[in-house]
Ligand binder design. Structure first.
Ligand code: C2E
Ligand code: MG
Ligand code: MG
Ligand code: MG
Length: 281
């Protein structure tokens, strides 16, 4: 009986696995024939200065609007694009779109842009980024490239080299999702970073005494190393209050705004500035 049960589980597992592979292959097939220039879109989420309450920048968050599959989130299609060898083109289209969008923004508002492992580790990846930034006419100082820790595990030497190239151009660099996965403090001081983005999972647990100690020491460490700290995923006023006490520099999350359509940005900025200017607020 146990044996049959075991066999049953094995069959179940492999069926699930096969279904996942089918889905991946299906996504890849649609992605390969997609009109990416048309179907790739971006939402933008503000990053707020905790001291002044001012909006400092917007992070571009990619979506693939596939006519066959519907709205596909980046966690799903970016890995497929990487595997299919499409990521170079995907990044180019997304960066060009984001930089075009910036022309409608006030000069003091920056852009945060997520890079994938290929963009930072492949030989031609960073050269292409530099060319796109230069062609855009946007001041590189307004651009912050976000890199995740997993990229560091990929090819540290190449990643550092690419980061130095982007730095030399005048761009800023952030380490995204800090504290997850391959987290290692040993490399942070060996990279030309400006900011650390503390992963959302730490904020979710901030009511918890030990999680809050971790956040406090991470922001303290950032300050000691001359890095700015950004906290991701702030959803409640209580979380915000605690983060303020801990000396976090910047924050991002649904409490301030969900990722928004670019057409909403001007109104959002006008609105937040009005609230801040009003003596009643
Ligand atoms: P990320 O860069 O860490 O972005 C933060 C993610 O958390 C976003 O998910 C955002 O919508 C979500 N988020 C923001 N505030 C909150 C909050 O208060 N609560 C909760 N529950 N979630 C919040 P999204 O847009 O699905 O993006 C997922 C990931 O996909 C990003 O994580 C980033 O690693 C990657 N990604 C997004 N756009 C691009 C892109 O253009 N290129 C590359 N290579 N990766 C991208
Ligand atoms: Mg990011
Ligand atoms: Mg993140
Ligand atoms: Mg992430």
């Amino acid at each position: 009986y146990a044996k049959r049960n075991l066999r049953g589980q094995t069959v179940l597992f492999s069926e699930k696995h096969a279904a996942e592979i089918r889905t991946q292959t299906q996504i890849e097939r649609h992605l390969l024939s997609a009109d990416l220039e048309q179907e790739l879109i971006q939402l933008f989420q503000p990053i707020v200065d905790l001291e002044t309450g001012r909006v400092l920048s917007f992070e571009a968050l990619a979506r693939w609007y596939s006519p066959q599959l519907g709205l596909v989130p980046p966690d799903v299609f970016i890995p497929v694009a990487e595997r299919a060898g499409l990521i170079g083109g995907v990044t180019r289209i997304l960066l060009e779109k984001a930089l075009r969008e910036m022309r409608h923004w006030p000069e003091d508002i920056g852009l945060s842009f997520n890079l994938s492992a290929h963009d930072i580790c492949a030989a031609e990846g960073v050269v292409r980024l530099v060319a796109i930034v230069n062609a855009s006419g946007i001041d590189p100082k307004r651009i912050d490239f976000e890199i995740t820790e997993t990229v560091m595990a990929h090819d540290f030497i190449k990643a550092r080299q690419s980061m130095q190239t982007l730095k030399a151009l005048g761009c800023h660099l952030s380490l995204d999702d800090f504290g997850t996965g391959y987290s290692s403090l040993s490399y942070v001081h060996r990279l030309p970073l400006d900011r650390i983005k503390v992963d959302r999972s730490f904020v979710t647990d901030i009511e918890n005494e030990s999680a809050s100690k971790v956040v406090r020491s991470m922001t303290g460490l950032c300050a000691d190393m001359g890095l700015k700290s950004i906290i991701e995923g702030v959803e409640t006023p209580e979380q915000l209050g605690r983060l303020r006490q801990m000396g976090c520099d910047m924050a991002q999350g649904y409490l301030f705004a969900k990722p928004m359509h670019p057409s909403m940005i001007a109104a959002y900025l006008a609105d937040t500035n009005r609230i801040k200017a009003s003596p009643a607020a």
